[in-house]
Design a protein. Structure first.
Length: 133
């Protein structure tokens, strides 16, 4: 996430939260509904909403970038192992948990990019045919 965008988002959230609190407090001191509604919408809720929107947008963008990087690393690994990967190979080389490694490999089976075979020892091997020599 761009650090400047993150700072702006947090500033908007802080400003929106502060003005919402101050304007709500002002209700008890000098009640003028028109000014209150105008102020809370313009200075409170709007910046708060925009800040949250920016953070969520960048969070989803960051997740997409991570997924793309993970996909690239998995393909590199499949090439290195000549198209035959085990869950433990992915776990060790990509620093993922066993469950995450298995679900990542299963995702490629579902997409039709890999198949599974069981070795004589009973291990499941994921075959990426594009990388078999």
């Amino acid at each position: 996430m761009n650090i400047i965008a993150k700072i702006i988002a947090y500033l908007l959230i802080a400003t929106g939260g502060l003005f919402t609190a101050l304007l709500t407090f002002s209700l008890f001191i000098d009640f003028q509904l028109t000014y209150f509604l105008f102020g809370i919408i313009l200075l409170g809720i709007l910046p708060l909403g925009v800040g949250i929107f920016i953070l969520r947008k960048f969070k989803s963008l960051t997740q997409k970038q991570l997924d793309t990087k993970l996909e690239t690393e998995l393909m590199r690994l499949a090439s290195k192992y000549k198209g035959q990967l085990k869950v433990t190979d992915v776990t060790v080389n990509l620093a993922l948990s066993l469950e995450d490694s298995k679900s990542l490999l299963e995702k490629y089976v579902v997409k039709g990019l890999a198949t599974t075979e069981v070795t004589n020892e009973g291990a499941i091997v994921y075959i990426f045919k594009d990388f078999i020599e």
